[in-house]
Design a protein around this ligand. Structure first.
Ligand code: NAD
Length: 486
């Protein structure tokens, strides 16, 4: 790999990990690639099982020390300071993310704002999680306490590092857990930058530890460590299964945020002018590398041809190029990811490609660019309509009536989100209940990100909820106290 001449100035050494409040290198490092150019932009530490063991010990010490003694209000204040500092450094963070992940600058900027917002939300929520008093037998007083798990492990992917670190670590810290964060080897830089900011903001040593490295080394060690009392994993179904198996051996709870094949249902009465930008954007945002991508467009037959042709018009105008040029799409994260997506496209039957976007001439040859592709024709059971592609590919499928729409929408193993486009309020209410999904959007998609909105899946999309107030319950346990006083 060659070195990237345009690398943004980092104010920290990315080859250092945070363990127990100290920044330290590892004996080996891993290269970090800019997906827009293929150039090396730095190196991160290759943490291993020994580093994870030290991080667990540091987290336990933090729980027994300053961090564990902090009141909920004090924890909230620390998170508020982190949020303020993230907002002050948002442009730096966005530039780093753009280069590391290859996402257009506007999207990276939105992610940095979301990270700040997660800190603000959980700062405000920290001292508002309350127990209950429970009417019980005569002579008893019974109440519940909401307590942290203790040491929590957080394994995150490369597609939205800032957002996923924010939602997972933010909620866990608010409840008083001590966290060990394992970022994805493809994109660890903003997790490291966030941890630097958290230290500067006064987060006590050991409350947040960051161990970078490979999934099968640092990630596996974290998921198997008996000192970790809760695991939060966001990533693929294949690795999610391994995490759940590891959690089963240690008998600890796990939150799995996995993939999706989310449907967007367009009924004949839909306001198509309003829907179209959402229909397309939900599929191409972050070059389709989004767990909640709206990758299947299901259209009631009378408007099927119109939707295909109007989406095709939009696709023909989409431009793909270097992330810092801030076009519609940047590159995919890696050469491997592009190969995976190209493998799916090779399955498309003759004539199924309705439209494609364009890779701009200025796109460097070493970048992992792929033109977004709109497909029409393959039926709902085709692998292109069943499997998560995790690239800029959407498929349009017709349906005859509500019953068939629901059957197709719910007819994959996944269940992350769904959107319903119709002017009928009754149909909105009816179908929202029938969707097999963790979030349903009526006449919109994504609701602007929704830090406040509980998020998670059913089926192969995972279980447990992050984001919103509900995440605080996931990152804590109820203790019931029963006093007999006569
Ligand atoms: P991945 O599962 O390969 O990697 C995710 C994380 O797991 C990385 O940090 C990786 O290092 C780690 N990991 C890999 N092997 C491991 C192992 N054996 N033990 C422990 N940790 C290990 O996924 P990816 O390719 O980085 O991300 C893409 C997938 O993530 C897609 O399926 C996507 O849908 C999903 N995703 C889901 C959400 C959500 O909120 N539901 C959000 C983003 C991404």
């Amino acid at each position: 790999m060659r070195r990237d001449p345009d690398l943004p100035q980092l104010w920290f050494d990315p080859a250092e990990m945070l363990i127990g409040g100290r920044w330290r290198p590892a004996s080996q490092t891993l290269p970090v690639e800019d997906p827009s150019t293929g150039f090396e932009i730095g190196r991160i530490a290759r943490g291993r099982a020994g580093d994870i063991a030290e991080a667990v010990a540091a987290a336990e010490a933090a729980r027994a020390g300053d961090w564990g003694r902090m009141t909920a209000t004090e924890r909230g204040r620390v998170l508020a300071r982190i949020g303020r500092m993230v907002r002050e450094r948002a442009e730096d963070l966005a530039l780093i993310e753009t280069t590391d992940v290859g996402k257009p600058l506007t999207q990276a900027r939105a992610d940095a704002q979301a990270l700040a917002r997660y800190m603000e939300f959980y700062a405000g929520a920290a001292d508002k999680v309350m127990g209950e008093t429970i009417p019980y037998l005569d002579g008893y007083t019974v109440y519940t306490l909401r307590e942290p798990h203790g040491v929590t492990g957080h394994i995150v992917p490369w597609n939205y590092p800032m957002q996923i670190v924010g939602r997972s670590v933010g909620a866990a810290l608010a409840m008083g857990n001590a966290c060990i964060l394992k970022p994805a080897e493809e994109a660890s830089l903003t997790a490291l930058a966030f941890a630097r900011i958290a230290c500067e903001a006064g987060l006590p040593a050991g409350a947040l530890n960051v161990v970078t490295g490979l999934g099968e080394e640092a990630g596996a060690a974290l998921s198997c460590h008996p000192g970790v009392q809760h695991l939060s994993f966001t990533g693929s179904v294949a690795v999610g299964r391994l995490i759940q198996a590891a959690a089963a051996l240690n008998v600890v709870p796990v939150t799995l945020e996995l993939g999706g094949k989310s449907p967007q249902l367009v009924f004949a009465d839909a306001d198509l002018d309003a829907a179209l930008p959402f229909l397309v954007n939900a599929g191409i945002q972050n070059a389709g590398q989004t767990c909640s991508a709206g990758s299947r467009i299901l259209v009631e037959r009378p408007r099927y041809d119109e939707v295909v042709s109007r989406m095709a018009e939009r696709y023909a105008k989409l431009r793909v190029g270097p992330a810092r040029d801030d076009l519609d799409l940047g590159p995919l994260i890696s050469a491997r990811q592009r190969e995976i997506v190209e493998g799916f496209l090779a399955m498309a039957p003759e004539g199924a490609v309705s439209a494609q976007g364009r890779i701009v001439a200025a796109a460097p040859a070493g970048g992992h660019y792929l033109a977004p592709t709109l497909l029409a024709g393959p039926g709902p059971d085709h692998p292109l309509a069943q499997d998560e592609i995790f690239g800029p590919v959407q498929i349009v499928i017709p349906f005859a009536d509500e019953g068939e729409a629901v059957a197709i929408a719910n007819g994959t193993g996944y269940g992350l989100v769904a959107s319903i486009w119709t002017e009928s309020g009754a149909r909105q209410m009816r179908l929202a209940k029938r969707m097999r999904a963790g979030q349903v959007f009526l006449n919109n998609y994504g609701a602007g990100g929704g830090v406040e909105l509980p998020f998670g899946g059913v089926g192969k999309s995972g279980h447990g909820r992050e984001k919103g107030f509900e995440a605080l319950y996931g990152f804590s346990v109820t203790k019931t106290v029963a006093a007999r006083h006569g």
